[in-house]
Design a protein around this ligand. Structure first.
Ligand SMILES: Nc1nc2c(ncn2[C@@H]2O[C@H](COP(=O)(O)OP(=O)(O)OP(=O)(O)O)[C@@H](O)[C@H]2O)c(=O)[nH]1
Ligand SMILES: [Mg+2]
Ligand SMILES: [Zn+2]
Length: 291
């Protein structure tokens, strides 16, 4: 038996990396009966039958698991957003951050396409990034001239997952890191100012001290599993000050003696973060119950 990592899955065939040697393996029939299937990122045991193929006999327990795109055992979630084309948005960023936290991950923020942004746009984004740094996020603002290795160098080892909207440059970053990866990329649509959903599946690529995952861009990442409580807990600074509200179940809307609202007044909590929190809270309240 050999142990390796699923680096991609295409039509029921799982490519497994065992210390740099690749095997195309199929899951054992038993998995189908139990309705569990391996996903990219899984640590699996495969049998030794032949060098190039085999059967997946066992899936090791996952330490975490993203639902969309399906990928497991993530060490670092990287939210990639472009400065322009498509435009930078703190509203979207806050949504992605909350989703990352809901999976137990504190995302890192990478903003691309600095070279395409105007001086005013750069100044605005840098100002926002300083706020996110203060909240506790690590951020990077990069352009075409930055080497990908220098961007990835500061990341922690293990599996780093690039996620973000279509067209922000996730695959381009990987190609720049290792041109041999030869990943398909596409110009963004000028009419819609967004990407064309070029990457269609999750795949892990080797990087120094681990792997890096390219993923399909999303337009509206899965938010359905987040309830009001999770939302409140996953805005770092709101949750921090919320501990001092008069009511323990304060949602920081109109409750008396709300420390969060006081801190917004004082400028300790950025006004825009609070507004995004309220918007997302409303979105959850208005969610239609699905059967
Ligand atoms: N000028 C400039 N262009 C960039 C930069 N990063 C990416 N691009 C361009 O942006 C376009 C989209 O890049 P992709 O790498 O395909 O984007 P993606 O995030 O992988 O998109 P999906 O696979 O659709 O999710 C390509 O034309 C890239 O050349 C950058 O830092 N500067
Ligand atoms: Mg791509
Ligand atoms: Zn409150």
């Amino acid at each position: 038996m050999k142990t390796g990592r699923v680096i991609r899955s295409l039509s029921g065939v799982y490519r497994v990396d065992v210390d740099g040697t690749l095997y195309d393996a199929k899951p054992r029939g038993l998995f189908r009966k139990k309705q569990v299937s391996p996903i990219v990122g899984d640590i699996v045991d495969i049998d030794d039958e032949t060098h190039a193929s085999g059967y997946i006999q066992h899936i090791h327990q996952r330490k975490n698991e993203l639902k969309r795109p399906p990928v497991s055992n993530i060490d670092l979630l990287v939210i990639v957003m472009s400065a322009v084309s498509p435009s930078f948005s703190t509203q979207l960023l806050d949504r992605f951050l909350v989703i990352g936290h809901s999976y137990g991950l504190k995302p890192r923020i990478v903003i691309t396409k600095k070279d395409l942004a105007s001086e005013t746009e750069i100044a605005t984004i840098e100002k926002s990034l300083a706020i996110y740094e203060e909240i506790g996020y690590e951020t990077q603002f990069v352009g075409i001239e930055d080497s990908a290795a220098s961007i990835f160098d500061v990341w922690e080892p293990g599996l780093a997952v690039l996620s973000g909207q279509s067209g922000v440059g996730k695959s381009s970053l990987l190609n720049k890191y290792q041109p041999n990866f030869n990943i398909e990329t596409n110009e963004i649509s000028s009419a819609l100012n967004r990407g064309k959903h070029t990457t269609r599946h999750v795949e892990l690529y080797p990087r120094h001290e681990g792997f890096i995952a390219d993923t399909p861009g999303f337009s509206a990442l899965d938010f359905d599993h987040i309830d009001k409580e999770a939302l409140r807990d996953n805005f770092i600074e709101i949750s921090h000050y919320g501990a001092s509200c008069k009511f323990r179940d304060c949602y920081h809307l109109n409750e008396p003696k709300c420390q969060v609202k006081a801190m917004v007044e004082e400028g300790k909590i950025p006004e825009f973060r609070y507004q995004h929190y309220v918007q997302l809270l409303n979105e959850i309240s208005n969610r239609k119950v699905k059967y």
